[in-house]
Ligand binder design. Structure first.
Ligand code: FAD
Length: 341
């Protein structure tokens, strides 16, 4: 239990808010700084997949880290209760050509996960409206989903109720506090206090939000995914390394439109909204969580594609760094000093 230390958290995304909540619960005096007003951050536009299964199966950068991703996911049920959220545990299915299905199945199996073959009737039931041509699917129950925008609001409300103060301005440093937690996503303005931030690179992500109704499970296809989204569907997402602008790029989005019409042909698309967020990536694809050079500066950033999945685990490590508690078995793998030369 911390008594007394004051903590500035820079950034009100998934990492900053989850950390602020847990720090306040541990007895710290916490102030969260974030100048963001109308435009959502990466956390606010995310698809909300808590997806250790297909991330490990399909994304080489996290292939060796199923244990870490599972540890993040397994902390979610407690946060679900704490925030009054509902996690969608209906699972996810890969759909598409034989090569893609083989890759998805082998990726799951080589991680030690069950890869279920769904027959045509089952996938049509689990994904209502899916084109009949998609008659085979590889299914996992390991992947869950939250409503990311709702989770962000719930985290902030819970943090406020726990005594966290919010300031709608940038943090320039410690802001008078004993500790600084840098959870600024892809931003590098505070690198003077934490040189490891220089290791971050941006990956722009654009996601389509369609009002076309979809109440099925998460679908993973070659080049994109579909998730239910506020009665409609979200189709995501572009991966544009090196880009940190929020411009909408119609050309880059074209494959996502094509994917949506291939999966759900003949239905009115409805209203289309595009949202853009900037992911922060480290050289090895894992977040940086913990001390850098300054003993009272804690980093919580570099989430890349799995910031929501890992947020509860990141918050636990941040609290342990400040309370000198048990940071658990993953703190070493995420230590920002792993990049020090
Ligand atoms: C299109 C898209 C889809 C995604 N889908 C998923 C998904 O399905 N599942 C998943 O787990 N992850 C997903 N992600 C990734 C996930 O959204 C991110 O990894 C995660 O939200 C990053 O959270 P964060 O708190 O580190 O950063 P952010 O959410 O970017 O928040 C950082 C905040 O810091 C603020 N800030 C910057 N500088 C300062 C400063 N000096 N002082 C104060 N505040 C500052 C910014 O205004 C911002 O609000 C997706 C990302 C994108 C873009």
């Amino acid at each position: 239990m911390i008594k007394g230390p004051s903590i500035t958290v820079a950034g009100a995304g998934a990492f900053g808010l989850a950390s602020a909540l847990r720090l306040a619960e541990a007895g710290a005096r916490v102030r969260v700084f974030d100048p963001l007003q109308d435009q959502p951050n990466a956390s606010g536009v995310a698809a909300g997949m808590l997806a250790p299964g297909f991330e490990v199966a399909l994304d080489p950068s996290v292939r060796a880290h199923l244990d870490l991703l599972m540890a993040g996911r397994n902390l979610w049920p407690e946060l679900e209760r704490r925030l009054g959220l509902v996690i969608d545990r209906s699972g996810a299915a890969a759909i598409g050509g034989a090569d893609f299905l083989h890759r998805a199945a082998m990726g799951l199996k080589s991680a030690g996960l069950h890869a279920g073959d769904l027959p045509a009737r089952a996938i049509q039931t689990l994904a209502p409206g899916l084109a009949p041509g998609f008659s085979q699917a590889v299914f996992t129950r390991e992947d869950w989903r939250i409503d990311a925008a709702a989770a962000l609001v719930a985290l902030r409300q819970a943090a406020e109720a726990a005594g966290v103060e919010f300031l709608p301005v940038e943090a320039l440093g410690f802001e008078g506090a004993d500790w600084l937690v840098i959870a600024t996503g892809a931003a590098q303005d505070l690198a003077v206090l934490a040189p490891a931030l220089g290791q971050l690179s941006p990956i722009k992500g654009q996601i389509l939000r369609l009002t076309r109704p979809y109440r099925g499970i998460t679908l993973r296809a070659e080049g994109g995914y579909v998730v239910p989204d506020a009665g409609g569907m979200a189709v995501g997402a572009t991966m544009q390394p090196g880009r940190r602008d929020l411009e909408i790029d119609p050309e880059t989005l074209a494959p996502l439109h094509t994917l949506a019409s291939a999966l759900f042909p003949g239905e009115a698309v409805g209203e289309v909204r595009v949202q853009t967020g900037i992911r922060a990536a480290t050289p090895d694809g894992l977040p940086m969580v913990g001390r850098d050079r300054h003993p009272n500066v804690i980093l919580a950033t570099g989430a890349r594609r799995n910031g929501w999945l890992l947020a509860p685990l990141v918050a636990r490590i941040v609290v342990a760094c400040i309370t000198e508690g048990d940071a658990g078995p993953y703190a070493t793998r995420l230590d920002p000093r792993r990049f020090a030369t």
